[in-house]
Design a protein around this ligand. Structure first.
Ligand SMILES: Nc1ncnc2c1ncn2[C@@H]1O[C@H](COP(=O)(O)OP(=O)(O)OP(=O)(O)O)[C@@H](O)[C@H]1O
Length: 251
């Protein structure tokens, strides 16, 4: 479903990504790991249209999406969360979801202004869907709270619900378990599995928490200095010499 073909990104003299070839298949949870500065977030930024590849291509369901704008890529069916949570902090929990839903609303502005029934129906449907998403991430009791007032773990879940509101086929999660304790992290495994089943999505996840990555990902790509150093099943990657050396910083 997602394929990067020899994606390279240069920032001045720095090659942040070098000939990256990642693949995510339908209904798969894939991990993207590697030491700090390896290029993981840069890979997300290329896939979601924040950066244009210097060379190489990104394909999603056979469409060439390289260099398309982030809002176009959302419409293809890719949504993401950020390493540093990005919510509309002064808006309520519900409003954060509604904004995301409006990104994909079908009615045109004139029909919205004139209050045509198609628009009203869509509004009603969107409201119901927002409520069901918030119920799914256990935020129904916080619906009127400002996003900034939520504890950290709930903000992360709101960000995921907001991403789901755009009805993605592929969800990119950038360090979703950062700041979670051990038991929250373990619960997060079943949370993601449930999302995958219910929304029929694939997930590409950057994560440093190895137990989570090994417990949830069907396939793992490992980057170091912008290059793929290993890929495979969790147990294959875990025992890979290059991976162990990259993490230990051995030359
Ligand atoms: N906009 C930019 N301009 C210049 N250099 C950048 C830019 N974005 C990323 N880089 C550089 O590219 C390299 C890869 O960074 P990136 O953030 O993708 O790494 P990462 O694997 O996500 O690291 P971390 O685990 O610390 O988040 C780093 O050397 C970073 O400084």
């Amino acid at each position: 479903m997602l394929k990067t073909k020899d994606v390279t990104i240069q920032f001045g003299g720095l090659t942040a990504l070098s000939k990256l070839n990642i693949e995510v298949e339908e209904n798969q949870v894939v991990g993207l790991i590697g030491p700090n500065g390896a290029g993981k977030t840069t890979a997300f930024n290329v896939i979601t249209g924040v950066y244009k590849p210097t060379s190489g291509k990104v394909y999603f369901e056979e469409n060439d999406i390289s260099g398309k704008k982030p809002n176009e890529i959302t419409k293809f069916g890719i949504a993401r969360t950020f390493q540093n949570i990005r919510l509309f902090k002064d808006l309520t929990v519900l409003e954060n979801i509604q904004i995301a839903e409006h990104l994909r609303i079908k009615s045109s502005l004139p029909s919205a202004i004139l209050g045509f029934s198609s628009y009203k129906n869509e509004e009603k449907e969107m409201h119901e869907r927002a409520i069901s998403l918030l119920e799914e991430v256990d935020l129904l009791d916080n619906i009127k709270d400002k996003a900034s007032s939520l504890p950290y773990g709930k903000q992360r879940k709101l960000e995921i619900a907001r991403a789901l509101a755009t009805r993605p086929k592929l969800l990119l999660l950038d360090e979703p378990a950062a700041g979670m304790n051990q038991s929250e992290t373990m619960q997060f495994i079943s949370f993601i599995e449930e999302l995958k089943r219910k929304h029929k999505i694939s997930v590409l996840m950057i994560e440093h928490h190895m137990q989570l990555v090994m417990g949830i990902c069907e396939k793992i790509w490992v980057l170091d200095y912008g290059k793929e150093i290993a890929k495979g099943l969790p147990k294959e990657v875990q025992g890979n010499k290059a991976v162990i050396e990259a993490y230990l910083g051995v030359d």
